[in-house]
Design a protein around this ligand. Sequence first.
Ligand SMILES: CSC[C@@H](O)[C@@H](O)C(=O)COP(=O)(O)O
Length: 362
Amino acid sequence: MRINSRDYTTIWLDSDGRRVHVIDQTVLPHSFETKTLANCEDAAAAISAMTVRGAPLIGVTGAYGMALAAWRDPSDAAVASAYAALLATRPTAVNLRWALDRLRALLLAAPVSVRADLAYAEAAKIAEEDIAACQAIGRAGAELIHKARRGDGPINVLTHCNAGWLATVDWGTALAPIYTAARQGAPIHVWVDETRPRNQGASLTAFELLGETIPHTVVADNAGGHLMQHGLVDLVIVGSDRTTRAGDVCNKIGTYLKALAAHDNGVPFYVALPSSTVDWRIADGVRDIPIEERAAREVTHISGRGADGATFEIQLTPDGSPARNFSFDVTPSRFVTGLITERGVCAATEEGLKGLFPDLAG
Ligand SMILES: CSC[C@@H](O)[C@@H](O)C(=O)COP(=O)(O)O
C-alpha cells in the first residue's frame, strides 16, 4: 500500500536475490525505517522483537528465514535448526508453523544443491499467495460493508489491533474490505481501537488509514461497548492469529471483549483471515491455542513522540507494581457472525470452513 505516495509491501527481496528487507514497525508511525535481514537469526529476531508482526507477515518472514538459513547452510541439520529457532519466536500465530512446515518439507525432500534457490522461490510464492488471498478477502468483505449502509451517513466499522497491510505482505485482512469498499465509493468511517499495550491500532492502523485517506477516529479500547450501545458501530471486522476448524478465533487481547459487546448490541462481528490462519488440528480454541505472554514492560511503560520530536519511553505504573502481558485471547465461534476468507464468507463453524476448504479440512 502507499506511504508518502509510494507503493510498498512490508517485506521484499534485495536485488541480490538473497537478503531480505522489511519495514521496521517498532518505530512507526513517527519514523519510517527499514531493516535488512541477512541471515536466519536476523529473521528470528525481527519476529520476536515485532519488527515485523501480524500473523500472515510472521509466516512469510519465517519462510524467508528458512531461505536465509539454506543460503548459508542447506544441510538437514541446518534446516532443522532454523526451523526450531524460527518456531520458537512467537507461539500464537499459526501462520508461522504453517509456513515453516511447508518450507521444511520442501527442503528435506530436495537435493542439498538446490535447496537455497528452492527456498527463496517458495518464500516468494507464499508472499504472492498472501497478497492474492488478502485481495480476495477485500473483495468478499467489501460486499458486507456495502450491505451495512444505512442511508447517506458513513458506514461505521470498528476494528481492533492492526490487521491491515502492515500485518500481511500487502492489503491486510480486516482492513482489506475497508480499502476495497472505499475505492468502490463506500462512505466509510473506521473506529480504531488503540489496542493496549503495544498500541498497534493507534500507531499502525491509524498510520495506514491516514496513508489511504480513510476517515477514522482513534478510541480507547474500552470505548467500543459504549459506541455500540449508541448505534455508532455498523459492523466490527477484526483479524485472527489462529482460527480453529470449529471457528474459535484467537486474535489480539481485547478482541473477545469486543465480540461480547457486539453480541450484546446486535452488531455483526466478522473475522477476516486467509486459510493459512486456520489450525485444522484443533477445535477448542480456549483450551488448545497457546497464548503468548510478552514482557511486563510493554504494560508498565509506553513510548511516544515528545514535543521536541524525539521518541522516548515513560513508566506508567509505580515502582514495584507487578504486571502481566497476555498478548491474545480467544473468541468462541458463537460470538462470530462470519469468517471472511479468500474463498468467500462462511459461518464460523466446522461445516462452514469445510464448505469453503474441503481440500484443506482433511
Ligand atoms: C492480519 S493480522 C491478524 C492478527 O495477526 C492481528 O490482528 C494481531 O493480532 C497482530 O498481533 P501482533 O502481536 O501485532 O502480531
